[in-house]
Ligand binder design. Structure first.
Ligand code: IPE
Ligand code: IPE
Ligand code: MG
Length: 240
């Protein structure tokens, strides 16, 4: 990986990727859409290695959205089995790399119990790792997250006057997850598709034409270099 463009002192702490374009990647090759999902696995693990090399602390990926249930039963079934098998086959490898695995998403709705069980095993196995927190968004929707947080907060009896941004945040799927610094979306789509709506309020957005199965750690490094060329102001004015 070429890091010559990168200031390792200013690497984004939290990078969140929308892994898009698997279907198009496969269709262009005369393959089934699901072959594109399978090909995305190598991209994902290469990106994790890139995040480790760069020193990114939080890497979050969009694996299945609350809207992806609209797809054909065959594709949904494939994605469920694929995500389960990926956890079974590769959790140990992530553990050996010092990666802490976490999940965000609506767990009590539609997701097969056996997948939740695999997820819990991966969380348990890797819970003490600190090199990188790798969060898989599964059955995730940014709006669903806000609604679920509101429900939990109301159930806790929080009074209206006590509601603050900070308090609401404590009811999100992972209260420890920091705001996102850099969002990457592949496949040339310029939209967010319900991705981390709250957490990306001040993120830098980098869009690339690369289809997810072709994404490699160098693409991650390029996005970080682009991030470093931006000037983040958070509504303020930079001095000097
Ligand atoms: C992203 O690739 C993977 C998931 C949404 C699960 P797509 O399957 O959306 O691929 P395209 O966008 O149809 O090419
Ligand atoms: C976003 O991609 C969801 C994931 C990558 C899991 P989609 O392919 O579902 O988004 P749209 O339909 O193009 O907005
Ligand atoms: Mg897509």
């Amino acid at each position: 990986m070429d890091l010559s463009d990168i200031d390792l002192e200013r690497v984004p702490k939290h990078v969140a990727a929308v892994m898009d374009g698997n279907g198009r990647w496969a269709t262009r090759r005369g393959l089934k859409r699901t072959d594109g999902h399978a090909a995305g696995e190598e991209a994902l693990f290469d990106a994790v290695h890139g995040a480790l090399e760069l020193g990114v602390e939080w890497f979050t990926v969009y694996a299945f959205s609350t809207e992806n249930w609209k797809r054909s039963a065959d594709e949904v079934r494939y994605l469920m089995n694929f995500n389960e098998s990926l956890l079974l086959r590769r959790s140990q490898e992530l553990h050996d790399l010092g990666v802490r695995i976490r999940f965000i998403g609506r767990h009590n709705w539609r997701v097969p119990k056996r997948i939740i069980a695999r997820q819990n095993e991966s969380i348990e196995l890797t819970r003490d790792n600190r090199r990188l927190t790798f969060t898989i968004a599964f059955n995730y929707g940014g709006r669903a997250e806000i609604v679920d947080a509101m429900k939990a907060m109301v159930a806790d009896g929080v009074a209206p006057d006590d509601i603050t941004e900070k308090k609401l945040r404590r009811y999100f799927y992972d209260p420890e997850m920091p705001d996102v610094d850099l969002v990457i979306r592949t496949s040339g789509e310029f939209r967010l598709s319900n991705w981390l709506i709250w957490e990306i309020a001040y993120s830098e957005l980098v869009f690339t034409e690369t289809l997810w199965p072709d994404f490699r750690r160098q693409n991650l490094a390029d996005a970080v270099a682009e991030f470093q060329r931006r000037e983040r102001r958070f509504g303020g004015v930079l001095e000097g």
